[in-house]
Design a protein around this ligand. Structure first.
Ligand code: NDP
Length: 346
């Protein structure tokens, strides 16, 4: 699915990326987050705005705030790193937001991947409310191949089903390209990310056919019917459903955390992120079969793919946006901006 369009100038407020970061951080601190956690979450929000991934930028801030106010999320969490096995590191997020736990786990994961060739990071007791690409991109910038998986609340039906059982369960992959930006893809296992459906409902436009069903199980393009008692569909029918199933198993049963339906059962309904886990895998290509040639070999494939007109690599859209917003700043929906100022206490 194409990324969301920027809000129209008439309904938007212009902010620099520094202002986005400062606003997010101030709003979180005003609602009970300590400065370290607020800074880590604001990094994630500012990165999403920078790349124009609007459904995971400032749009998420009211949800983060709701979870601080309700007491669901620990805004002062200090993640604890634990060595589980030669190739497995665990971070106990202590009930906080995901970004600080991810920061804590990054170096140990990279160290294990470099010494073992492959390693896993299991993050437990976190609240993930963002895109996954920042965490895999950070590893690929350090020369590693990376995967990330997380679950959500049950929004998506199983193949042939009408009852939501899977989260929108995203998975992300990054491939290092020495001297260039990594190749990254990051995609929900639903046909459309939930944030995009929420934005469509807010802005009053339809979603593409195949996005979801209404409360009676009928296909619909009305975002409100999908959100109010309906359900989302997996991408690619049963194939996307199987990926959602795999992710439930990896971040629920494998690492000892919650399935999406368990996250819902444990939730207080504050509108913020679910409590759950995340699994990351890191691979050092220098430890596999072509340590000297893997990068150049991959470039041959990328060159073949992009030789065709109209074809691009995943992450190219974000990178183009990044080049623009670094100097031009971003347009923030005016109503959202006003709401955030209100949440921040003016
Ligand atoms: P999209 O469908 O918009 O994009 C998925 C991927 O495909 C992106 O990497 C995108 O790259 C790439 N892509 C899109 N169009 C093309 C194209 N024409 N050619 C090549 N590559 C292309 O994302 P989703 O809607 O599936 O997911 C949105 C976000 O939601 C993800 O970041 C995901 O992590 C997040 N999410 C988070 C959840 C959570 O609980 N934390 C739950 C569910 C989703 P590009 O960015 O360059 O367009």
């Amino acid at each position: 699915m194409a990324g969301p369009a920027a809000p129209t100038a008439a309904a938007s407020v212009h902010l620099s990326l520094g202002e986005v970061h400062a606003l997010a951080s101030r709003c979180l601190v005003a609602n009970g987050c300590d400065a370290v956690n607020a800074g880590a979450v604001a990094d994630t929000i500012a990165a999403a705005e920078r790349d124009i991934c609007l459904s995971h930028g400032l749009f998420r801030l009211p949800g983060y705030v709701a979870s601080l106010r309700s007491g669901k999320v620990n805004g002062s969490a200090r993640p604890q790193v634990e060595d589980l096995a030669p190739g497995v590191v665990r971070v106990d997020g202590k009930g906080g937001f995901a970004p600080l736990a991810l920061q804590a786990g990054r170096e140990p994961l990279m160290g294990k991947a470099r010494s073992q060739g492959i390693a896993a990071l299991a993050l437990n007791d976190i609240h993930h409310f963002a895109a996954l690409w920042p965490e895999v991109e950070a590893l690929a910038e350090q020369g590693l191949c990376a995967f990330a998986f997380t679950a959500a609340f049950p929004y998506v039906v199983a193949a042939g089903g009408r009852r939501p059982i899977y989260g929108t369960n995203p998975m992300a992959f990054a491939w290092p390209r020495p001297g260039r930006d990594p190749l990254v893809f990051d995609q929900a296992s639903s046909a459309l990310a939930r944030g995009e459906i929420m934005i469509a409902a807010r802005e009053g436009h339809e979603v593409p056919p195949g996005t979801g069903i209404d409360a009676d199980g009928n296909a619909t393009t009305d975002p409100k019917a999908i959100l109010d008692g309906g359900a989302q569909l997996p991408f690619g029918g049963y194939k996307g459903a199987s990926i959602a199933l795999m992710i439930e198993l990896l971040v629920g049963a494998l690492i000892g955390d919650k399935f999406s339906f368990e996250a819902l059962a444990a939730d207080n309904g504050d509108g913020g992120p679910p409590k759950g886990g995340e699994l990351m895998l890191a691979i050092d290509p220098a430890r596999f079969g072509d340590p000297e040639g893997f990068a150049a070999h991959a470039e041959l494939l990328f060159a073949q793919i992009t030789a065709e007109e109209g074809v691009r690599l995943p992450a190219d859209r974000r990178r183009r946006n990044r080049a623009t917003t670094a100097t031009a700043g971003v347009a923030v929906d005016a109503a959202l901006h006003a709401r955030i100022l209100d949440l921040a206490g003016g």
